[in-house]
Design a protein around this ligand. Structure first.
Ligand code: C2O
Length: 394
């Protein structure tokens, strides 16, 4: 029983002191939703680039700023407007959208296995809308690469008061050059030196991404085989470990994806069954770190209903999406597991969301539709960024 989003959208559960707008349902579609189709495979691959300065980022960020300005200039009734795009997040996190067949139940895309695929689909359409408004078919989102030392600050352009990327409802004491705290807890500033904070951040990244793959670097028979100097006991050890590893692999194929991707969430289930490691931190923590401390819910970024109103939300989520690809890469790099590390459960694959595309058509997109970034015609240009935290075992 996959979670199928219904067109029915009711007023969600917003906190009583929420900042307006208080309704976050999308404009009603005049026609039935169409099923998602993949973009033409000959479309240019959109290369998402880091948002921090250097290597052509200025031009890239200027385009992003122009796209946000164009979206902000559309009437708020237009599903492609910045207003409506920000509301998409609100509608999928406050229970405004209903589940098909269960009008009493909302769809909550956080704290479950819907987290990565939903946000990927959301960014996919956001990026295509931006490209269309810019008349730039190759336009790609920047990503805020807070997991590497050069990117651990809010990129400068976001605090330029003249830029459409600036958001007045954002924590001022965390403006650059303040180094982000990827493990931030509200009300508990760590007051570390930049070096200390950077090191803590790298260790957190190692822990959060590696926790679900560490088995395979640890228990790999070939590595342990090398430890044995006696050839006879070495062979025995090798066979034992091979058996052991086969066993671990069978068990973990079911258990490990949820550590990273989040817990199963099916039609009719109570919402928020459990988040994956990176969703909790740095994803949630960076939301709260970015939001304004003195607001009741750390608006805008620090709470679901308003997070999409800050233009930094989209580069933040591009980085979360990139980490999904990195996690897959680490597993593939082990050489044995490949994409089996993900759920094969049809309840995951057939879950679906309704989102407006760049032609203002309401599209039904399933989890299955968004599993291959290349088929969606985008990629991360992160060769120069690297994964410095892979070596940051605490
Ligand atoms: Cu939908 Cu960053 O949360």
């Amino acid at each position: 029983r996959p979670i199928v989003t219904n067109q029915l959208c009711a007023k969600g559960k917003l906190p009583p002191d929420a900042l307006p707008p208080l309704h976050c349902c999308p404009p009603a579609s005049t026609s039935e939703p169409v099923n998602f189709t993949f973009p033409d495979p000959t479309e240019p691959l959109r290369k998402r680039r880091p948002a921090h300065a250097g290597g052509g980022a200025e031009e890239h960020m200027a385009k992003y700023a122009r796209a946000v300005a164009l979206m902000k200039a559309l009437p708020s009734s237009d599903p492609r407007s910045f207003y409506q795009q920000a509301n998409v997040h609100c509608a999928y996190c406050t229970g405004a959208h209903r589940q098909a067949g269960r009008p009493d139940l909302g769809v909550q895309v956080h704290f479950s296995w819907l987290f990565y695929p939903f946000h990927r689909a959301y960014l996919y359409f956001f990026e295509r809308i931006a490209a269309k408004l810019l008349w730039d078919p190759g336009f790609a989102l920047p990503f805020w690469v807070w997991d590497v030392p050069e990117g651990m600050r809010i990129p400068e352009v976001f605090v330029d008061v003249a830029s459409p990327l600036q958001d007045p409802i954002r924590e001022k004491s965390h403006a650059p050059p303040k180094v982000a705290d990827l493990d931030f807890v509200r009300g508990a500033e760590k007051n570390l030196t930049d070096e200390q904070q950077t090191l803590l951040n790298l260790r957190l990244m190692y822990k959060q991404v590696h926790s679900s793959v560490v088995y395979f670097t640890f228990f790999s028979p070939s590595t342990l085989f090398a430890f044995s100097s006696d050839p006879d006991s070495g062979v025995l050890l090798f066979l034992l470990l091979l058996l052991f590893e086969t066993f671990i692999q069978m068990v973990s194929n079911a258990a490990l994806p949820s550590l990273f991707l989040g817990q199963p969430y099916r039609a009719g289930d109570p919402e928020r069954p459990g988040a994956g490691s990176v969703e909790l931190a740095p994803h949630n923590t960076m939301h709260v770190w970015t939001g304004e401390k003195s607001r009741p819910h750390a608006e805008n970024m620090g709470v679901y209903y308003s997070a999409g109103r800050d233009p930094i939300f989209y580069p933040h989520h591009a980085n979360v999406d990139r980490l999904w690809e990195c996690w897959r890469g680490i597993i593939d790099g082990g050489g044995r597991r490949g994409r089996h590390a993900e759920f094969a459960d049809p309840d995951w694959l057939d879950s679906s969301f309704l989102l407006y595309d760049e032609e203002s058509r309401l599209v039904r997109v399933t989890v299955r539709n968004v599993l291959d970034a290349e088929k969606l015609r985008y990629a991360y240009d992160d060769a120069g960024v690297g994964l410095p935290w892979l070596g940051a075992r605490p």
